[in-house]
Design a protein around this ligand. Structure first.
Ligand SMILES: [Zn+2]
Ligand SMILES: [Zn+2]
Ligand SMILES: [Zn+2]
Length: 334
């Protein structure tokens, strides 16, 4: 995350600020400039003379982003295909939390060069775009997942009590809405990369053969649990279930680490800018010492470890693979 400052008065700002607490300027976030900018009459005039407008979800989803055309949704909100109905107060409260996490994700995807095309829109003739279904929980439950570019999130996960209950029930060390989004978009990214056959072959040598039956894998995982020595080669127990899950878990950690290192740099916790490639060097030289320190800070305040994971050499190789794959993908599609 970037450390933003008010362009009018220099006051430090948070990503979600809609008004500067010091000078009172109305604010919005520009994805193109990756900056929080002041509004004038509800609009932003960019340096090139273009006029930007506030997202149509500014009230509904507390969205702070700008959009090119008045009355339309910003690049993040536009990716949401289904949301709770008007009048579903609990669902809409969850939507605000989920959309906030999604904006953080969309900013990352934009910077990585992942195309942000709404599935089924005119810009998506091949049908390889993204869509999010952010759904209120139902008596039968809403299954979080990814299918052919469509990501489903159960908004019950925005409630701390529900999410913590699920975390304990599934014996997970970490469970957040942002983590869900980063994991599920990992399935989408792998789906994009599947288009390129030699890359999929390379993925198979690291993550295993993704053609293994997924239903069997789920049954086996929940009946037998992970292999005893899973920590040597996997970032999480869930990653052991199927090669698809290993890729998605690795991808989620790739984003966790990138974002956390950027934040530490922006807020002066790291004195120097880290060199991001190869990714494994960044992890070893920068992230692991930082994560250890942050875990200790959390312990000193009586909190759980901030990053309760161990990164081994095989996991580093997987992280390097996803970094390399997305860089090549972005370069080719640019
Ligand atoms: Zn200000
Ligand atoms: Zn928006
Ligand atoms: Zn998954």
């Amino acid at each position: 995350m970037k450390a933003h400052r008010c362009r009018v008065c220099g006051n430090p700002l948070f990503f979600e600020n809609t008004r500067c607490e010091v000078c009172g300027s109305a604010l919005a976030y520009s994805l193109i400039e990756d900056a929080i900018v002041p509004l004038s009459g509800g609009e932003y005039r960019a340096g090139d003379g273009r006029i930007w407008h506030t997202c149509a979800n500014r009230d509904l989803a507390a969205c702070t982003w700008l959009t090119a055309d008045a009355g339309t949704l910003c690049p993040s909100c536009a990716l949401t295909r289904t949301r709770p109905a008007n009048g579903d107060e609990a669902g809409l409260a969850g939507l605000v939390i989920a959309e906030r996490a999604k904006r953080q994700l969309v900013r990352e995807l934009h910077r990585l060069g992942v195309p942000l095309v709404r599935q089924g829109s005119a810009a998506d003739p091949a049908g390889t775009g993204i869509a999010f279904d952010l759904l209120s929980d139902t008596p039968d439950g809403v299954v979080i997942g990814h299918t052919d570019g469509v990501i489903t999130i159960n908004l019950a996960e925005t409630g701390d009590a529900y999410r913590e209950r699920m975390r304990i029930q599934l014996d997970e060390p970490y469970r957040t809405v942002l983590g869900h989004l980063r994991h599920e978009i990992g399935h989408y990214v792998e789906w994009l990369l599947l288009e390129i056959p030699d890359r999929m072959d390379a993925a198979r040598t690291l993550f295993g053969d993704e053609r293994a039956d997924y239903g069997d894998a789920v049954t086996r995982h929940y009946a037998q649990g992970p292999p005893d020595d899973w920590r040597r080669t996997y970032i999480s127990s869930y990653a052991t279930m199927h090669p698809y899950e290993d890729f998605a878990e690795t991808w989620a950690h790739f984003l966790h680490i990138r974002d956390a290192v950027e934040t530490a740099e922006e807020y002066g916790i790291l004195r120097e800018r880290a060199v991001p490639h190869p990714f494994s060097r960044l992890v070893i030289d920068v992230w692991l010492p930082l994560a250890t320190g942050l875990n200790m800070v959390n312990r000193s305040l009586g909190q759980k470890d901030l990053y309760p994971f161990v990164i081994t050499a095989p996991v580093l190789r997987k992280l390097d693979f996803v970094d390399d794959a997305i860089q090549r993908y972005a370069a080719e599609s640019a």
